[in-house]
Design a protein around this ligand. Structure first.
Ligand SMILES: *Cc1c(COP(=O)(O)O)cnc(C)c1O
Length: 335
């Protein structure tokens, strides 16, 4: 399917549909810059579920999440004048860190809009990578409008966290690496916020493992994408309250919604208690520190939200940025 609009400048290009080709070129740009993260297995998880699980560890990616892939891919394609002026991003954390680091590596100044209540570690890390931080209230202010305002006032290029061709193509390289390493899969479970990661992963699956069922996992309290898919149109929800802070999105974007509708088999949900259980499983059984949002796909697997017996299942572990204090508080909760 080819949805490409006529190309008449950078903005028009950003709004076009990415294809697997774009993920391939993203992989070439990211080679030697992003980590090729490990794929780990767990005999305990396999035994529990009677399946073969392959965990793609993007918690071990640069900045601690897959978002570095999309951010670097997007910034590296800006024209010289856009690079000189700089970019602006809005984010609850990981996209911010990713833009700040990618900008730093590519010598592009970055301005990051972050919610007042963003986890301290994420704010500090973003500042540490050289991003200029502007705060807003996520429950009362519209970050997209603020981002557009800043972009116009200061001539910056806005790089959104998910609804962007080059961001999606970059995120798709995570699944591309997974399929290249372990071969075809029956199921691929992917955390879903605004749907950038799963869109890129679905593009990769459609070529590298065409019969694989790509399944998205959202927080139960914030199932905007699940609702959108079942209604057949983009549904906007109030900012959800969930410990999965990387998936507190209000709605999918036009591009991600279109790809999800075409290429994603189903969207399922897990609740915060299930996320905590998965976080503990990662820490105690697999020696991995995974943030709550990063546990979405694994929680769905461990809770057997769908039948997996005898299947080869890819689990995207999307990020590992959680304050140690917050991790301890969550892990200390009773099962
Ligand atoms: C951003 C993020 C997600 C959600 O990604 P989308 O592209 O918005 O669907 C999932 N996990 C982590 C750790 C993230 O940072």
């Amino acid at each position: 399917m080819n949805h490409q609009a006529p190309r008449s400048g950078p903005a028009a290009r950003d709004a076009t549909m990415p294809t697997y080709r774009d993920a391939e070129s993203a992989a070439a740009r990211l080679a030697g810059v992003a980590h090729r993260t490990p794929v780990v297995t767990s005999a305990t998880a396999d035994r529990l579920l009677g399946a073969s699980l392959f965990f793609k560890c993007e918690n071990l990616q640069r900045v601690g999440a897959f978002k570095f892939r999309g951010a670097y891919n997007a910034i590296s394609q800006l024209a010289p004048p856009q690079r000189r002026a700089g970019v602006v991003a809005f984010s609850s954390g990981n996209h911010a860190q990713a833009i700040a680091l990618a900008g730093n590596l590519l010598s592009v100044p970055t301005t990051i809009l972050m919610p007042l209540d963003a986890p301290a570690q994420k704010v500090e890390a973003t500042r540490g990578y050289g991003g200029r931080i502007v705060t807003y209230d996520r429950y009362t202010q519209d970050r997209e409008a603020l981002g557009r305002e800043l972009a116009e006032e200061q001539g910056l290029t806005l790089i959104p966290p998910f609804n962007h061709r080059d961001v999606i193509a970059g995120q798709g390289t995570a699944a591309k690496e997974l399929f290249e390493e372990v071969g075809e899969l029956d199921i691929l479970l992917v955390p879903v916020g605004g749907g950038g990661l799963i869109s890129g992963c679905a593009l990769a699956a459609s070529v590298l493992s065409p019969s694989c069922a790509v399944i998205g996992v959202e927080p139960a309290a914030g199932n905007d994408v699940q609702q959108s898919v079942s209604r057949g149109e983009i549904v906007r929800i109030e900012t959800p309250r969930t410990i999965a802070d990387g998936a507190q999105t209000n709605a999918p974007g036009a591009i991600t919604f279109d790809i999800i509708r075409r290429l994603v088999r189903e969207i399922i949900t897990v609740d915060d208690r299930q996320l905590v259980a998965a976080m503990k499983f990662f820490a105690s059984r697999m020696k991995l520190l995974v943030e709550p949002t990063g546990c979405l796909a694994a929680a769905a697997a461990l809770e057997q939200v769908l039948p997996m017996r005898g299947r080869r299942v890819g689990v995207l572990v999307s990020g590992g940025n959680v304050d140690l204090a917050r991790f301890c508080a969550l892990a200390g909760q009773a099962d």
